[in-house]
Write a protein that binds this ligand. Structure first.
Ligand code: BG6
Length: 496
C-alpha cells in the first residue's frame, strides 16, 4: 500500500484501552495489510516499562480480546517489532522535546516526512495540557500530516466542551481533530446509512405518517466494576447518551445526504441534534428517568450495589441508568416519540433500535384475527446480536382468517460468528491513518449533543435522588422507566 510512513503515539499507552481495543485493532489492520509499510507505534505512559515488557502486556491483550488470536503465533513478532514504549510526564516540556527528536530520527531513517497521530487515551483534564504543549513544541503544525484523536468524554458538559473546542480552534485546524465515538465505527451502525438510503422500500414510510415511535436501547449487564472513579464524574447520561445513543438517533432521524463527503454527513446529523426539542427544566420529570442499581444477583453471581463499588461515594447520587423521551421537531418527525434507555447491570447486553409502524388504516379482518395481530416493526440489532428483522403479518395456516406476526431476517453473521466482523476501532483507526474524518464528531456536533442533555443534567444535579438505589441487577431498570413509555400506551421492546 502507498500510505505515507506513520507514527502513532498512544498517550496512556499502558492503560486499558490500548491493551483491550487499540492494539488488537492495529494488529488486525496489520494482518489485513491496511497499516503503512513503515509504521511506529509508541506507547507513552507514566510507569516504567521496557519495550519487551510492554509488548508482552499488549500481546496478552490481543490474546484475550482479539478476534484473530490464532494469528499471534505467525504474525505477532513482525507487528510487534514496530512497537516501543517511553515513560514520560506529559505535563513536562521534556516529553515533547524527546518526541521531536524521536520523530526526526524516524523520518531520517525513512527518508521521508511521516504522518504523526497523537491518540489521547488520557484523563480529560490532561487534554488541554497536552494539546498546548504539542502546539508549543510545533509537533502538530502541519494540518495535512498531524492528527489528534480524542477519546470520549469530550468535555464534562457543554461549557467545558466549548472551552476545549475553542482552545483547539486557536491551535489547530478542525481537519486535524478526530473526536472518537466508537459506536460510529460499528458495522451495524454504519449499515444504517445503507439500509435507509440504498433502498427504495424504507424511505417512503420513514416519517411521522407511518411511524408510531422509535426506541433505542443500549443495555449492558456489566457493572461499573473498577471504573468507579471515572463513573462517579460521569453517570449514564454522560457516558452513553450524550455520545453513542444520540449518534444512533441521528443516523435514524437524519435526512438523506447529497454525498458521502465528511461534512455533508455531519451537517445532516447536526440538523437532527439541533432539532431535538429542548426539555424545559420544569418538565424533566415527564421526559427523563434515572436509576441506580443496588446489590443483588446477576447471571448467578452476587454483585455489590453501585454505592458499594470501589471508588464510589457511599451516598452517591450518580445514575447508572437513564431513559429519555425525546422529540425531533422536523417536518419528518413531528410528534414521533424517540424513547432511549441505557444502563449498567441490566437484564441483557443488547443495543437495539426498534421502529414501530402505525396500524394498517383499515382493519377489515374478522374480530378473531385482531387478537394475534401486531404492528409492523423493524428491529435493528446493533450488538452483540447483529441482525435486522422486519415483522409483518401472515395468515395463520388453517381454515380461518387469523393472523400471526412473522419475521424476515437479515443476519450479519449467519454462522453465529460475530467475530468475523471488523471491530469498531479497526475501522476508526484506519480512517485516522488515511485522514478520513467522516465517522468522527465535529466540534459543533459534540456541543449540540451536550445541549440536548444539559437541562436533564442540571435538574438531576440540583435534586439529589431520594429513591436510589431503585433497581435490582438483572432487571430492566427502575419501574419509572416503564411508566415513562406506558403513559403513551407503549412498552419497551427487547429482542425476542
Ligand atoms: C463506552 C462506555 O464508551 O462504551 C462504557 O464508556 C460502555 O461504559 C461502552 O461499557 C460500551 O461499548 P460496547 O461497544 O462494548 O457496547
Amino acid at each position: 500500500n502507498n500510505i505515507p510512513p506513520t507514527i502513532i503515539y498512544i498517550f496512556g499507552g499502558s492503560g486499558d484501552l490500548a491493551q483491550r481495543k487499540l492494539i488488537p485493532a492495529l494488529f488486525n489492520l496489520h494482518l489485513d495489510g491496511y497499516l503503512p509499510e513503515r509504521v511506529a507505534v509508541i506507547g507513552i505512559g507514566r510507569s516504567e516499562l521496557a519495550d519487551t515488557a510492554f509488548r508482552t502486556h499488549l500481546r496478552k491483550g490481543v490474546q484475550a480480546h482479539s478476534r484473530r488470536k490464532e494469528a499471534l503465533k505467525t504474525h505477532w513478532n513482525k507487528f510487534a517489532r514496530n512497537i516501543t514504549y517511553s515513560r514520560h510526564d506529559l505535563g513536562q516540556d521534556k516529553a515533547y522535546k524527546d518526541m521531536a527528536a524521536e520523530i526526526a530520527a524516524l523520518e531520517k531513517g525513512w527518508k521521508e516526512p511521516a504522518n504523526v497521530i497523537y491518540y489521547l487515551s488520557v484523563a480529560p483534564n490532561l487534554a488541554p495540557v497536552i494539546v498546548k504543549k504539542l502546539h508549543k513544541a510545533k509537533l502538530a503544525s502541519d494540518p495535512k500530516r498531524h492528527r489528534m484523536v480524542f477519546e470520549k468524554p469530550f468535555g464534562h458538559d457543554l461549557e467545558s466542551a466549548r472551552e476545549l473546542n475553542a482552545l483547539l480552534r486557536t491551535l489547530f485546524a478542525e481537519e486535524q481533530i478526530y473526536r472518537i465515538d466508537h459506536f460510529l465505527g460499528k458495522e451495524t451502525v454504519q449499515n444504517l446509512l445503507a439500509l435507509r438510503f440504498a433502498n427504495t422500500l424504507f424511505e417512503p414510510v420513514w416519517n411521522s405518517n407511518y411511524i408510531d415511535y422509535v426506541q433505542i436501547t443500549a443495555s449492558e449487564t456489566v457493572s461499573v466494576g473498577n471504573r468507579g472513579a471515572y463513573y462517579e464524574s460521569s453517570g449514564a447520561l454522560r457516558d452513553m447518551v450524550q455520545n453513542h445513543v444520540l449518534q444512533m438517533l441521528c443516523m435514524i432521524a437524519m435526512e438523506a445526504p447529497i454525498s458521502f463527503a465528511a461534512d455533508e454527513i455531519r451537517n445532516k446529523k447536526l440538523d437532527v441534534l439541533q432539532a431535538v426539542r429542548r426539555i424545559e427544566p420544569g418538565d424533566v420529570h415527564q421526559h427523563a428517568v434515572r436509576g441506580q442499581y443496588g446489590p443483588g444477583w446477576l447471571q448467578g453471581n452476587k454483585v455489590p450495589g453501585y454505592r458499594q463499588e470501589k471508588d464510589v461515594a457511599p451516598q452517591s447520587g450518580v445514575e447508572t441508568f437513564a431513559a429519555l423521551r425525546l422529540f425531533v421537531d422536523t417536518w419528518r418527525w413531528k410528534g414521533v416519540p424517540f424513547y432511549v434507555r441505557t444502563g449498567k447491570c441490566l437484564a441483557e447486553k443488547e443495543t437495539v433500535i426498534t421502529i414501530q409502524f402505525k396500524p394498517a388504516p383499515d382493519f377489515a379482518f374478522p374480530e378473531e384475527a385482531s387478537h394475534t395481530w401486531r404492528p409492523n416493526r423493524l428491529t435493528i440489532a446493533i450488538a452483540p446480536t447483529m441482525d435486522i428483522r422486519l415483522r409483518f403479518q401472515a395468515k395463520q395456516p388453517g381454515p380461518h382468517m387469523t393472523l400471526r406476526p412473522v419475521d424476515m431476517r437479515f443476519d450479519y453473521a449467519p454462522d453465529g460468528d460475530e467475530d468475523s466482523q471488523p471491530e469498531a476501532y479497526e475501522t476508526l483507526l484506519e480512517d485516522v491513518i488515511e485522514g478520513n474524518p467522516t465517522l468522527f464528531m465535529r466540534a459543533d456536533q459534540v456541543e449540540a449533543a451536550w445541549k440536548v442533555i444539559a437541562p436533564v443534567m442540571a435538574v438531576w444535579a440540583s435534586k439529589p435522588p431520594v429513591d436510589f438505589p431503585n433497581y435490582a441487577p438483572g432487571t430492566w431498570g427502575p419501574e419509572d422507566a416503564e411508566a415513562l413509555i406506558a403513559r403513551d400506551g407503549f412498552h419497551w421492546a427487547t429482542l425476542p
